[in-house]
Design a protein around this ligand. Structure first.
Ligand code: UDP
Length: 322
């Protein structure tokens, strides 16, 4: 039985990855400092013999006894609201944290996959974004703490591969959605669905003409699983190229939820990318991967999840980051 360490295990993507590796019959060690993660996302795993949880901050030395085959580094705040609130931790987890985990991978002769992001492309001047585009990032803007930490993460990961021969993989994740997203993380999908469920107007930032391309979480997890077991060491985009404006997206959520609320307009955050769509040619060619779940289908499943949350979750979480 292979052992995999998942950092950020109590978060949105980390928890889905733990589920997938348990399903594939791995021994899973979940690690999280619970700053933005929620133990309820992995509560169902605690009773399993092959799951363990370490409450630990990966920016401190990471010790795992015994054999370790794979590391998936998914610890990081990942929404603009979170990383504006905790900018120093955001910088540290993808720099110092990644350094610790690369050291661990080196010592254990483990394969490590790090979660990078479409944010490395910044506000892109090339569309759609392919892996050979180097990006348009403002290092000192509010998003700089995330974008530059992730860019550093890619650089140090590649250096460990080149200089130490560590088996490394880099996934560039585009906007992803699904169950276990935090209602209050500020991302557009939980924001809109939360607003609809609370009977509030949907807040569009700017005029809503900016675009995003949303990938359902199960598709993303499949892409990551394939990349981990592949021998490609260069970054690979994983995302759904089906691009939509935020105004259209708000209309889809209004239709899906049947809310009578309208949309209202707020200021566009600084350095908010105007357009984003992954070029997934490489993922198709190297991994034989492409997304399978349509937005209509994925949104329905995700809405079911948010509907199942308690009133307390729905109302009390709202202002946590205000
Ligand atoms: N957005 C919005 N209303 C909200 C939250 C977000 O219009 O209540 C916009 C945001 O300005 C951005 C897009 O939706 O243009 C996606 O935002 P998100 O934070 O989900 O992801 P990112 O900007 O990192 O892609």
């Amino acid at each position: 039985m292979k052992t995999v360490l998942v950092t950020g295990a109590a978060g949105f993507l980390g928890s889905h990855l733990c589920d997938r590796f348990i399903k594939e019959n791995y021994r899973v060690i979940g690690m999280d400092n619970l700053i933005t993660g929620d133990l309820r996302n992995i509560e169902h795993l605690f009773k399993l013999e092959h799951f363990e949880f370490y409450h630990h901050d990966v920016t401190k030395f990471v010790h795992i006894p015994g054999r370790l085959d794979y590391i998936l580094h998914f610890a990081s705040p990942a929404s603009p609201i979170d990383y504006l609130k905790i900018p120093i931790q955001t910088l540290k987890v993808s720099s110092l944290g990644t350094h610790n985990l690369l050291g661990l991978a080196h010592a254990k002769k483990a394969t490590i996959l790090v979660a990078s992001t479409s944010e490395v492309y910044g506000d892109p001047l090339v569309h759609p974004q392919s892996e050979d585009y180097w990006g348009n990032v403002n290092p000192v803007g509010p998003r700089g703490v995330y974008d530059e930490a992730k860019r550093f993460q890619e650089a140090i990961t590649m250096a460990y591969h080149t200089y130490h021969g560590v088996d490394t993989k880099i996934v560039r994740i585009f906007n992803t959605y699904g169950s276990r997203m935090r209602l209050n993380d500020g991302r557009v999908l939980p924001a809109f669905i939360g607003q609809a469920l609370r009977g509030e107007d949907l807040t569009i930032f700017g005029d809503g003409s900016q675009t995003r391309s949303f990938c359902y979480v199960d598709d993303l997890v499949e892409g990551i699983y394939r990349l981990l077991l592949n021998d490609c060491h260069d970054p690979v985009n994983i995302g759904n190229p089906d691009e939509i404006t935020i105004a259209q997206f708000a209309e889809e959520i209004i239709k899906l939820t049947g809310t009578n609320q309208k949309v209202i307009y707020k200021d566009l955050p600084i350095d908010d990318p105007k357009q984003r769509q992954p070029n997934i040619t490489k993922a198709r060619e190297v991994l034989g991967w492409s997304p399978k779940v349509s937005r209509q289908e994925g949104l329905k499943l995700t809405y079911e999840y948010f509907k199942s949350l308690s009133q307390e979750d729905l109302f009390n979480s709202k202002h946590r980051f205000d």
